[in-house]
Write a protein that binds this ligand. Structure first.
Ligand code: MTE
Ligand code: MO
Length: 196
């Protein structure tokens, strides 16, 4: 199966072991790993949607659960294969909040101050998950507890940890690394790494 796994490696990536490490080789942003208390944790979903929501931890766990196995690719060149994420599919959340027809982008804000954004269409893929578990265990603060986004087809700087707010938008607004010259498309198969 070695070959099959090699075929799954996007350009200029290398496999590392099976444990995700926190921000390997990413000098520049050194956030504290926030320790979030679950009883005060809230997820705000707002912007150009019919049904804005503030979900607590129980509300989140009550949404339909999905599992998705995918490979995780950091723009610095390391990849982790076969990560089994569980949580809520982004498209199921979108169905609940009912984006208006002019919603084209989604902006994510995190407890550590980090941000990213994606086109709504890219978030509607089946393997895009708001994950609270990795390989059967609830996330810890090194992997984004309590909730992170996982977008396997994009470099991992789009897979934001510690998500606390999801804003549907009409216009594009660049996130933390995208403002600093990293590609906004971030397509791992097209090698979309930097714009400058
Ligand atoms: N909130 C937040 N999310 C983030 C980051 C960050 O600094 N803050 N770093 C990103 C980058 S560059 C990578 S490679 C992955 C690392 O995820 P891991 O810690 O699970 O390996 O998280 C991404 N999501
Ligand atoms: Mo990264």
């Amino acid at each position: 199966m070695q070959d099959a796994k090699q075929d799954r490696l996007p350009p200029n990536q290398r496999w590392i072991g099976h444990i995700l490490r926190w921000n390997v080789d990413h000098p520049g942003i050194v956030p504290e790993n926030p320790k979030v208390k679950l009883d005060s944790w809230r997820l705000t979903v707002d912007g150009v949607i019919e049904k804005p929501q503030v979900l607590n931890w129980k509300d989140l766990l009550a949404l339909p659960t999905h599992e998705s196995v995918s490979d995780f690719h950091c723009v610095e060149g390391w990849s982790v294969g076969d990560c089994k994420w569980s949580g809520v599919r982004f498209k199921d959340l979108a169905e609940t909040v009912k984006p208006r027809t002019d919603a084209k982008y989604v902006f994510f804000s995190c407890t550590d101050g980090y941000t990213t954004s994606l086109e709504l269409a890219d978030l509607m893929e089946d393997n895009v998950i708001l994950a609270y578990k990795l390989n059967g265990k609830f996330l810890d603060e090194t992997t984004g507890a309590p909730l992170r986004l996982v977008v396997p087809q994009k470099y991992a700087y789009k897979s934001v940890m510690y998500v606390e707010k999801i804003t549907f938008m009409k216009f594009r607004k660049l996130g933390y690394w995208e403002q600093r010259g990293y590609s906004d498309t971030a397509d791992v198969w097209k090698n979309d790494r930097r714009t400058r």
